[in-house]
Design a protein around this ligand. Structure first.
Ligand SMILES: [Fe+2]
Ligand SMILES: [Fe+2]
Length: 137
């Protein structure tokens, strides 16, 4: 999957992290033909899990700061993703889950990033416009 400008949620730091997620998906796709595919997948999977934890922590802190009304549901969605990734990691020890992982991450990117994250992006932009507006003389 390639990054497109319409994927932007309007916050540069978050966009860079979302680009990094696409980068991981592409690395996984590239590993499909690798001879040591299992090792590559397992290594990338642990890296992705670490990265997602950081990314979710940043998003959740941001939602807390702006008082996002749907924060609880958003955090719950992150929790579901983390649990699914942990499950995939557990299974990846015994089976090759590379294709399943790629499909899951692509689907997650479309459903979560391009919908749920987009929703808070609009709210956050509006919030900061208003806060900025209040500061204006
Ligand atoms: Fe996100
Ligand atoms: Fe999110």
């Amino acid at each position: 999957m390639e990054w497109k400008s319409e994927y932007s949620v309007g916050i540069a730091l978050i966009d860079r992290q979302h680009q990094e997620i696409l980068n991981y998906i592409n690395q996984l796709t590239a590993s499909l033909n690798a001879r040591d595919r299992w090792t590559v997948t397992h290594h990338l999977l642990t890296q992705i899990e670490d990265f997602m934890r950081t990314h979710f922590a940043v998003e959740e802190a941001l939602l807390e700061i702006v008082g996002y009304p749907a924060e609880e549901a958003h955090v719950a969605s992150h929790g579901k993703m983390k649990a699914h990734m942990a499950e995939l990691e557990r299974r990846s020890i015994k089976e090759d889950i590379t294709e399943e992982l790629i499909a899951y991450l692509c689907q997650w990117f479309i459903q979560h990033v391009l919908h749920d994250d987009m929703d808070y992006g609009r709210y956050v932009s509006k919030h900061f416009r208003q806060v900025g507006g209040l500061r204006e003389p």
